[in-house]
Each structure stands twice: as C-alpha cells, then as structure tokens.
Ligand binder design. Structure first.
Ligand code: PLP
Length: 383
C-alpha cells in the first residue's frame, strides 16, 4: 500500500470499538486480571498503563507502517526518543560517532550524560560518507546521523554510512524528523533505527510533544526493553492527537514541499540573501543525494543574510505578521528564527559572514508569506 493509504488507515481497528473510526482515548494505570491464572501467565496485551493501551498501540502500529519498520517505541518528546534510542546500545567503555550537524540538545545529551557514564563521544564531518569506516574502532557501538542536518541542512550519504557500519557490526540510527517519515524511508536504506520528533510533522499542529523510535527487527527488543526500564510512557490525549495529526501528514507534507521550494527560490533571488540551504534547489551541494534518497522536501530550511547587525535584523524580525519567532517547527504555521551553527560545530567547518536564519514554511498562501518576508527585508534595509 502507498503511504497516503497507510497513514489514513494504519492502526485503526473500528470493529474492536463499536465501529467507531478512531481508537478510544484510554486513560489507564490499573488494569485488572480476570483470574489468578491470567495474572500469573501475564499474557494479556494490556497489563498496566505504563506498558501501553490500545491508544498507544494504534499510534505505534501506524508509525511502524509509515516507517516500514518492525516495531515502534513511543517517547514523551523527540529528545526523549533520541536519548532512549542512544542509551539502549551503549555502556561504559564504548565509543560512539555523532554527526557534527546534529540537533544541539542531542549533542548536549551525548556530551553531558553519555560521557558521564563513560561513553566516549566523537563527532564526525556530516559529509564523510563511506569514509566513516576509518573512524570505526573495536569499541564503536553506534553511529548517529541526522539528514539533513539541523541548522545547516547538510545531506548525509546514509546508505554509504550504513554499509560501512554493518561491515563492522555497528548500529546506525538517524534523526528522520525533517522528512516526517513521509519523504524518506531510512530503514529501506540499511539504517537500523529511525527516530522522529513527532512533535513536528506527525503531530503537525504545534500543540503536542511526542517522539517515535521506529526499529528494524534486530534492534526493536533492545530499544523496547531499555525504554520500558526507564519508565517512558506517553499521555493518552497526546497520543490521540499525534495519531490525528498523522492522518493528514500526506497532504500537509506535499504542500510544505511545494511552498518551501517557492519561498526558497524567492529568497535566492533577493540581494539581501547570500546563500539558501535547501536540498531541493539544484545548486545545493546535497541536491544529488537528496534526489536519490528523498521523495520530497519539508518546509524547513536555512538561509544566510548579508546583514549581521542585530538591530537591523530586529527591524525585520520584530514586526513580521505571519512568521512567528519560535523554536520547534512542523506545525501548520510559518516560523523564522536566527541560528548560529558555528557555535555547535567541532569536527567540521561552518563559515558565513552574515546572520544565518532558519525558516519553516507553513501552510499559508505563499504570496502572503513572500509579501511578509519582502516587507521584513525592506524594514531591515531602511533601519
Ligand atoms: C525538535 C527536534 C528534536 C526534539 O524534539 P522535541 O519533541 O522538541 O523534544 C529532535 N530532532 C530534531 C531534528 C528536532 O528539530
């Protein structure tokens, strides 16, 4: 079945619930056993609230279908999904490889928490490709990837990294948030685990925190066990809203794709902009690999202004009508924030003269978005 069919139906079992289309929101901690025999056997699928309910199973099932995985583990935020996935594979004395372009809180977890438990963290140039092989040691347990990278949108060669890793028995994980699992299928490319901040495109409405860890067969039990032992679970209303968001991900992503490219091309034509980081633009350094590995682009990308004067940039940012200044992204609305990629790089160069920006192109009409950006750039020029 194609993705749009899957995301419409996967996880729903109407006739388990009076024919009602959506799964019920089960608020549960205590679950009773009908007999002592059943209690001792512990074979019931629903045993305790923390271990999952039909509400959570529905979202897990739907995400497993979307990511073409063996199974999915939910987490209460994207960052929790990342920390659970990483923790599942490492112990004291291990070494891990993390892309230099990763989401900064992922980096902070590796530096502050994994290091504290004696795991050695090494950052690598996101463009390393098959060359990652040279960095793999006997005690390397996993390779963390993110594509395209946060802030800089570098496109990694995941199939090449996965091939090199598997030759040496190393697990490969990726942060697949940007594609929503809709524009990319990392598990088909040899990646073992695809993690998403479902907070972004799965939820899609800027109102719920959620994370998903979609695993292949070889890794699922380990991740499930690890996250259970940490006591990870998600609230049923949030799970319900994530599933509701997922039902429309196809139409939303197709619009983000189209609008994102339009706005990126417009920015590229502006004299105030020195560079646009959007892999769907033919002159982007990651374009060929993006075309090979993705079926579309989301609404999030970067650009660099010629300007670096904060007061002038504030003249633009402080009076935008449609572009809010907020972290997160993947909702229906547009966002614009400044970013400083050079502050969190240690293994690769990132040099720009002017201010780096990150934009999320939402579902508004692109004529209105472009008019808002144009007015902003003019305010900046006059300031
Ligand atoms: C937002 C984000 C996360 C973290 O998700 P939360 O739900 O905010 O914890 C992880 N990875 C990427 C790429 C993100 O943009």
């Amino acid at each position: 079945m194609k993705d749009n069919t899957k995301v419409t139906h996967a996880g729903n079992h109407p006739f388990d619930n009076h024919g009602i289309v959506n799964p019920p929101v089960y608020h549960a901690s205590t679950v009773l056993s009908p007999t002592l025999e059943a209690r001792i056997a512990r074979t019931a699928k629903v045993r305790y609230g923390r271990a999952g309910t039909p509400t959570t199973f529905a979202l897990e099932e739907a995400m497993t279908a979307l990511e073409r995985a063996h199974g999915t583990v939910l987490a209460p935020s994207g960052l929790a999904a990342i920390t659970m996935a990483l923790s599942a594979f490492v112990e004291t004395g291990d070494h891990i490889l993390v892309t230099d372009s990763t989401y900064t809180p992922t980096r902070n977890f590796a530096n502050n928490t994994l290091s504290k438990f004696g795991v050695e963290v090494e950052y690598y140039d996101p463009m390393i490709g098959a060359g990652i092989s040279n960095l793999i040691r006997d005690n390397t347990r996993l390779i963390w990837t993110e594509c395209p990278g946060s802030q800089t949108f570098d496109v990694q060669d995941l199939p090449a990294i996965a091939k090199a890793a598997h030759e040496k028995g190393v697990v490969v994980l990726t942060d697949n948030t940007w594609s929503g699992g809709y524009f990319r299928k990392p598990l088909d490319e040899g990646v073992d685990i695809s993690v998403q901040a479902a907070t972004k495109y799965i939820v899609g409405h800027s109102d719920v925190m959620m994370g998903t860890i979609a695993c292949n067969e070889a890794t699922y039990d380990r991740v499930k066990q690890s996250s259970s032992s940490f006591g990870m679970c998600c609230g049923p209303n949030d799970v319900y809203l994530a599933l509701r968001g997922l039902r429309t991900i196809g139409v939303r992503m197709d619009r983000h794709h189209e609008s994102g490219i339009k706005v990126a091309q417009w920015l590229q034509s502006r004299p105030e902009v020195t560079r646009v980081m959007h892999p769907a633009l033919p002159d982007d350094p990651g374009h060929e690999i993006w075309k090979r590995d993705f079926t579309g682009a989301s609404g999030l990308f970067g650009f660099v202004l010629k300007e670096s004067d904060t007061n002038k940039i504030a003249a633009m940012m402080d009076h935008m009508e449609l572009h809010g200044m907020g972290s997160s992204w993947g909702g229906y609305e547009s966002l614009l924030i400044p970013s400083w990629p050079e502050r969190s790089r240690t293994a690769s160069e990132w040099e720009t003269e002017g201010q780096c920006m990150r934009i999320h192109v939402g579902l508004e009409d692109t004529d209105d978005l472009i008019a808002d950006l144009e007015a902003g750039l003019e305010r900046m020029n006059k300031a």
